[in-house]
Design a protein around this ligand. Structure first.
Ligand code: NAD
Ligand code: ZN
Length: 231
């Protein structure tokens, strides 16, 4: 019987909302090589490019809405009587706008800034390119609160503890190429959980799952949630 569920989501769950995925057909993120916009070295080398890039991603959030997959997970979150944790690699805010509460952003959030002077992480919905002052310490040293390649993902202890207790681990719309998230399926299997992948097509991780279902998240996720809540 399924009681404890961990759900990992990636860029694919937001694709039907109109948020481009990371490794689209061209292997670029919104026209950029990831090493030019998503590493600490890129930020040191060209802070204007990196701030402009994330300012544009943050502004673009205002034009998109949660889709049927985000809404279905919010319903599961509201109605599931057992333990549930939604772990997202996404930096958009579509899970919370759909109503999910039991949610952790392991790669940070577009709508949050990080002060490199004092470590404060204030909510932030405007641009950062004009070097605003940190609301905590006053120093104009805010960067996007995004976990870049080479940086430590957030909430790893809580995530690993939840996976250790999980009976069901579901991965939705992620390429299985970015670690440590790509390794969660193996941790879940070792902990005795059933593992299920929902993705548009085969991913690098597909062979690691007990079962894989291929199709758009907007169809597959509501069907899974209906089944889980019916059983
Ligand atoms: P990815 O872009 O590497 O992979 C996306 C996966 O989703 C692919 O396997 C693709 O086949 C699948 N997919 C595409 N459309 C789908 C759909 N409609 N339904 C189901 N699956 C679909 O994404 P990732 O594995 O999450 O790694 C991306 C990294 O880039 C993360 O660290 C994330 O922070 C960042 N990113 C975030 C966003 C966002 O917040 N929405 C967008 C782009 C990139
Ligand atoms: Zn500060």
């Amino acid at each position: 019987m399924v009681r404890n569920i961990v759900i990992l989501t990636g860029a694919g769950i937001s694709a039907e909302s109109g948020v481009p995925t990371f490794r689209g057909p061209d292997g670029l993120w919104e026209g950029h090589h990831v090493e030019d916009v998503a590493t600490p070295e890129a930020f040191q080398r060209n802070p204007v490019l990196v701030q402009t890039f994330y300012d544009a991603r943050r502004a673009a959030l205002r034009a998109v809405e949660p889709n049927a997959a985000h809404l279905a997970l919010a319903r599961l979150d509201a109605e599931w009587p057992g333990e549930l944790l939604i772990v997202t690699q996404n930096v958009d805010d579509l899970h919370e706008r759909a109503g999910s509460r039991r949610l952790l952003h392991m790669h940070g959030e577009l709508n949050r800034a990080l002060c490199t002077a004092c470590g404060a992480a204030p909510d932030w919905t405007g641009p950062l390119i004009d070097a605003p002052s940190c609301p905590q310490c006053g120093v104009p040293s805010l960067r996007p609160d995004i976990v870049w390649f080479g940086e430590m993902p957030y909430h790893m202890d809580a995530i690993e503890a939840a996976i250790a207790r999980a009976d069901l681990f579901v991965s939705i719309g992620t390429s299985g190429a970015v670690y440590p998230a790509a390794g969660f399926v193996s941790v879940a299997r070792r902990a005795g959980a059933r593992t299920l992948e929902l993705n548009l097509d085969m991913s690098a991780g597909t062979p690691l799952f007990d079962e894989a279902r291929h199709g758009p998240a907007g169809l597959l996720v509501p069907a899974l949630v209906a089944k889980l809540l019916d059983d």
